[in-house]
Design a protein around this ligand. Structure first.
Ligand code: H2U
Length: 373
């Protein structure tokens, strides 16, 4: 009897019409030129896996011992200014240095080596440690955006790639609760931008059109994965998303680099950033961890090349899956074979869309920010 029921189910499964929200399939990522395996039927399985207890930490607004706070002395003896806005400094423990001996060149295809130079910066978003971007005012977020643009323009004169990124939350390797991001600039084009450079160029050669702009316009027509939009920006879960709530933030018009954003685009970026981060925090009512970063046309020697096939965009890669304590593990099959997801991009977009626009910490009382807008 049991065998018969299973056999009937198998026949039904095989006979069913394909539904992307129910049936396994592969999706192509044209930006990374790779595939993601989507298995929505697995959402129905029981879960008895690892549960990390979320810690609701109380962060002091100013901690005498925190090396990122205004006025404090860092372990290397440098004293931070008494900053009241953003604060940019050269990382005291940089992965990339501007100078250093170069390796010998080698013809051996199995032991290739190349010179790497660069610089690393840290940018504090705010003088307070107990504040995050979604709680900050639009004016304060706008200052951060202007600073990102300034950094990309300044450091980009010297280096081919300026990676601005924020690791938020200890689960994402963030070492300090003070709101901050990092900037790693390099003499070489790192792996991710190298692939994006090639795929966007090849798309332009083949279609005489900009890949990501085409993509945004198609997404705006379909509306299945768009979570938020304003006059200048779209926030969506990409068709090819890997992380459960991975998103893409992208301008509606052609923009090469962050410093090319107009005053109006920067203001609307501040608005959509506050909205999207509020939604993220509201998803599991926790300060939502993620790794985010900007990608635009490369800089340095590329400034004099035609990079019109590039489109500026930001990516958010959050690890959480089912709750504030259950994250997606990129292990096993993902490491050995192909990245895989259960929740579809459309389901994730709908969940984000349905969330309230007011931050869960601010629902009961007024804003905490320095200069509320
Ligand atoms: P993360 O939280 O993403 O780890 O970034 C903090 C960075 O701040 C980290 O790269 C730097 C660390 O090297 N840092 C300093 O440069 N000086 C310090 O005194 C503390 C931390």
């Amino acid at each position: 009897m049991f065998i018969k029921v299973n056999a009937t189910l198998d026949v039904l499964t095989v006979m069913a019409k394909f539904d992307s929200q129910d049936h396994q399939h592969l999706r192509y990522n044209p930006l990374r030129d790779d595939w993601v395996l989507v298995c929505p039927h697995r959402m129905k399985r029981p879960w008895a896996g690892h549960v990390e207890k979320p810690e609701e930490e109380t962060i002091p607004r100013h901690d005498r011992k925190n090396p990122l706070c205004p006025g404090n002395t860092r372990p290397n003896g440098m004293v931070n200014p008494d900053y009241d806005s953003t604060f940019l400094f050269t990382n005291d423990f940089p992965a990339l240095l501007e100078e250093g001996p170069a390796p010998d060149e080698s013809d051996d295809p199995l032991f290739r080596c190349a010179e790497a130079k660069g610089t690393c910066k840290v940018m504090c978003f705010h003088p307070w440690s107990d504040i995050t971007l979604p709680i900050m005012s639009l004016t304060e977020i706008r200052v951060v955006i202007d600073k990102w643009a300034e950094i990309n323009s300044d450091i980009g004169k010297q280096f081919s790639w300026v990676q601005i990124f924020e690791n938020r939350g200890a689960i994402m390797g963030c070492s300090n609760p003070h709101p901050h991001c990092q900037v790693w600039a390099s003499s070489f084009l790192p792996n991710e931008p190298t692939v994006k450079h090639r795929t966007q160029r090849e798309y332009m050669e083949k279609h005489q059109s900009n890949m990501l702009l085409d993509y945004v316009h198609r997404e705006l027509e379909r509306k299945e994965r768009v979570v938020l939009e304003n006059a200048d920006w779209v926030w969506l879960v990409p068709y090819w998303a890997v992380w459960p709530y991975e998103t893409l933030l992208i301008p509606k018009t052609h923009v090469l680099r962050i410093e090319d954003l107009t005053d109006i685009q920067r203001q609307s970026l501040a608005e959509i950033t506050k909205q999207l981060l509020t939604k993220y925090d509201n998803l599991f009512e926790v300060s939502f961890p993620y790794s985010m970063g900007w990608a635009g046309a490369p800089t340095g020697k590329y400034l004099s090349e035609d990079c019109s096939f590039w489109q500026l965009h930001a990516v958010y890669y959050p690890p959480l899956l089912r709750s504030a304590s259950v994250k997606k593990f990129m292990v096993g099959y993902e490491m050995m074979a192909t990245v895989q997801r259960d929740l579809t991009a459309e389901q994730a977009a709908q969940k984000l869309k349905d969330l309230p626009d007011v931050h869960y910490k601010q629902r009961a009382h007024s804003t905490d920010s320095c200069h509320p807008d």
